[in-house]
Design a protein around this ligand. Structure first.
Ligand code: BGC
Length: 262
């Protein structure tokens, strides 16, 4: 039987107090991994995730850190290694869309910089701290959560789209740098998944209809549908995959608008 086994693996999932990260943390734990549940501000959410993993018989602990702070991220990774004895899987999931703003019109450079810091610098900081550990172990997987917006431009969210496209290229370059050291680096590009990040869109029937029309399968994804793919990529079932992005988007990237006409 095909076995997606993450026993004896230690995983750190950033931004795991809710949304996609919560599903990723609980799914990795269900596959046998011991999980460090990172959070930025939502200590209660992280505690709930840890509790639900423990109730399933898994092992987890919450860790707080600002992912945009290089020293804080270094300490986070060191604390995870100290607590669990290794770090085999790093999921760079923490991210933010940022505010809708048009460049040169109503944009605030500070807001742009913040999105870049969380969505691009954060994964870089975590990867640079994790790689020496993975190198020593001769084993490790880094999964960067990008977005369909690593491919699709998004009006009003230029910082987000730029950060995600950057994270995609970081994934490939890092994979190239580390492939001969037993480390795989992959990206997962979710489409519209029903989480708090886009609640204002799916919470309104008109904007939900507009969004559904952008998805070939005609519906939003569930967090679990992304989490299961992350678990697969983190496992030995994906032992020959590195330096590439897997889209989990219900067909957003196949231009459903082109079903007719053209
Ligand atoms: C964003 C969501 C958005 C989706 C599709 C994601 O990367 O975080 O807010 O709904 O892309 O546009």
């Amino acid at each position: 039987m095909l076995n997606l086994d993450l026993q004896k693996r230690v995983a750190l999932v950033t931004g795991a107090s809710g949304g996609l990260g919560q599903a990723i943390a609980t799914t990795l734990a269900a596959a046998g991994a011991r999980v460090a549940v990172h959070y930025g501000k939502d200590a209660q959410g992280a505690a709930r995730v840890v509790e639900s993993i423990r109730q399933q018989g898994g092992e987890a602990q919450a860790f707080a850190a600002d992912v945009a702070d290089v020293a804080a991220v270094r300490e986070l990774v060191a604390a995870v290694e100290q607590r669990f004895g290794s770090l085999d899987i790093l999921v760079n999931n923490a991210g933010m869309d940022g505010p809708h703003q048009l460049v040169g019109a109503d944009d605030d450079p500070k807001a742009w910089e913040k999105v870049l810091a969380v969505d691009l610098l954060g994964p870089y900081y975590a990867a640079r701290a994790a790689i020496p550990i993975m190198e020593r172990q001769k084993r490790g997987v880094i999964v960067n959560i990008t977005s369909v917006h690593e491919f699709i431009p998004w009006e009003g969210y230029s910082a987000y789209a730029s950060a995600k496209a950057g994270l995609s290229m970081f994934t490939k370059t890092l994979a190239q740098e580390t492939a001969d050291r037993g480390i795989r680096v992959v990206a997962v590009a979710p489409g519209a998944i029903q989480t708090p990040i886009n609640a204002s869109v799916w919470g309104n029937p008109d904007t939900l209809k507009d969004l559904d029309e952008k998805i070939a399968m005609g519906r939003l994804g569930k967090p679990e549908e992304v989490a299961q793919v992350v678990a697969f990529l983190a496992s030995d079932l994906a032992s020959y995959i590195t330096g590439t992005t897997l889209a989990v988007d219900g067909g957003m990237l196949i231009y459903p608008d082109f079903r007719h006409g053209g």
